[in-house]
Unconditional design. Structure first.
Ligand code: ZN
Length: 503
């Protein structure tokens, strides 16, 4: 009889090789999105497929399955690192075993094609060109949900891939009042009669200066450039090859610095999380984040709760004025602060402000569920989209490129992903409030451009744990509370009540 410690060591050895392979795969993706010559796309697809096959073979190796089974029966102490590592490995091997190889391959092939069709359809504002592709995607995602298994709603199976333990029913419970109260706030802001002038943001800004500003800002937050780098990509993203190599991207707009700066803050929030994971979890099943909702809570915390706060700009605005004296030299702080927080119903999610953003997410959440359950047909999708927009935001997109065709997610087969954006927003405030309660001087430190205390709290309570806890448990341990939309709504009312002089 082999003792548990030896078996666990065996598990870790297998996990380490899997981790290396996955990191290689991530590097191939990062390179594809940043530097890959266009003519190499097909060869890159082959390389990724081969690595993916090796990972799949290793995950479905019966010897690994037996090892996990024996360790599950071995009575590892509940809540221990070892028990968590076995749980994470169980998730990975179950997913690999339940999904038929043929389905995975078809999804990959289909989404590669459908993404290309979507790009063209969006350019030509022609949903009908994309509809047959999307119909097939929905069919394949339904098959995927059935293969993965679920208790209540097929959407659960797909959403759980991004946010372990989260369910459709729980999302609905949290989102329903959030939608109602957000819509009320949007109406109140619209009725306030206060117009925010954001013209100061739309002027020519030198791209080199924008790049230096982004870099200085994320470095000040604590992003470690010895273990990271900032590049340019069409869609900004963060990828961790391991906690020792966490790279971010942003993009530059010659007519405004806001996109690059807030984008970099956002990605740095993701990167700080990855860089903060316990060293001892490197190449183990615990080296990943707990879930995408928690991940997004970190990006939104730095982008919005720090980066769009008055506290931050009281310290940072004079520096910004020195970098761009011609554009911002004569602008009062209050004008600038209101401009970067302007609330306006808009068509495009990625451009949405903090108040309206979650309505864009809830739209997608509703429609995705209905597509997966079969209550909504792809042909009726644009109408359903525009009806929701009219109802929630009082506007309807003039064309499908600004409507149902705007996001890449569905073309890539990502169903169940969108809700993590709102989960992230909600949790960002819950975590920030907990950090402020633990460190009452935090606001003052942020005014002075000092972030070590905040980062330290996040490291201690969120980052270092990696995938040791499921998202719910991690949030509970960090804040003492369950997921709750209350703090986020209170934050919005406080901040925007002031900006828009609401009573
Ligand atoms: Zn993000």
């Amino acid at each position: 009889m082999t003792d548990t410690a030896t078996l666990y060591r065996d598990l870790l050895q297998r996990a380490a090789v899997l981790s290396d392979l996955q990191q290689v795969s991530t590097l191939l993706f990062w390179d594809q999105e940043t530097h890959l010559p266009r003519g190499a796309a097909e060869a890159r697809g082959q390389q990724k497929a081969t690595v993916g096959t090796i990972v799949h073979e290793r995950l479905t190796d019966p010897a690994l399955g037996e090892l996990v089974e024996v360790l599950e029966a071995a009575d590892l102490p509940g809540g221990s690192v070892e028990a968590a590592a076995v749980r994470q490995m169980r998730r990975s091997i179950d997913r690999a075993a339940r999904l038929p190889v043929a389905l995975v391959e078809e999804l990959e092939k289909h989404t590669a094609r459908s993404r290309a069709v979507w790009e063209r359809a969006r350019e030509e504002r022609d949903f009908r060109a994309f509809a047959p592709e999307l119909e097939r995607t929905v069919e394949l995602k339904r098959q995927e949900a059935e293969a993965l298994g679920y208790d209540d709603h097929p959407y659960d199976a797909l959403h759980d891939l991004f946010e372990p333990g989260s369910t459709t029913a729980r999302l609905r419970e949290v989102f329903t009042p959030l939608r109602r109260e957000t819509a009320e706030l949007v109406r109140a802001i619209g009725a306030s009669g206060r117009m925010v002038d954001d013209r100061v943001l739309h002027q020519p800004f030198d791209e080199g200066a924008q790049h230096r500003l982004a870099l200085d800002t994320v470095r000040a937050f604590g992003y470690d450039l010895e273990h990271g780098r900032l590049d340019v990509s069409v869609h900004p993203f963060t990828e961790a090859m391991s906690k020792y190599d966490v790279r971010i991207t942003t993009r530059y707009d010659a007519q405004g610095f806001a996109m690059a700066l807030f984008g970099a803050m956002h990605e740095a929030g993701h990167a700080l999380y990855e860089q903060g994971i316990e060293d001892g979890y490197y190449r183990t099943p615990l080296e990943d984040a707990a879930g995408l909702g928690i991940h997004e809570s970190q990006s939104r915390l730095w982008e919005n709760l720090v980066g769009r706060s008055r506290d931050y700009w009281e310290g940072a605005f004079p520096k910004l004025q020195r970098i761009f004296p011609q554009q911002l030299g004569g602008v009062p702080l209050e004008t600038f602060y209101a401009a970067i927080n302007k609330v306006e119903p808009s068509f495009v999610r990625v451009d949405a402000d903090e108040v309206t953003y979650n309505l864009h997410v809830m739209l997608r959440f509703e429609l995705e569920q209905a597509l997966i359950s079969g209550d909504l047909s792809v042909a009726d999708l644009p109408t359903a989209w525009n009806d929701f927009m009219r109802d929630a935001l009082g506007i309807a997109p003039p064309n499908d490129a600004l409507g149902v065709l705007q996001d890449v997610h569905w073309s890539a087969g990502h169903f169940g992903y969108f809700p993590t954006y709102t989960l992230g927003n909600l949790m960002s405030v819950q975590l920030f409030e907990a950090a402020k309660a633990a460190h009452p001087a935090l606001a003052q430190e942020i005014r002075e451009g000092r972030f070590a205390t905040l980062l330290g709290w996040l490291r201690e309570n969120v980052h270092r744990h990696g995938a040791r806890y499921l998202p719910d448990e991690l949030l509970k341990r960090a804040t003492g509370s369950e997921l709750d939309a209350g703090p986020y709504l209170a934050y919005l009312r406080r901040k925007y009540g002031e900006i828009y002089a609401l009573t």
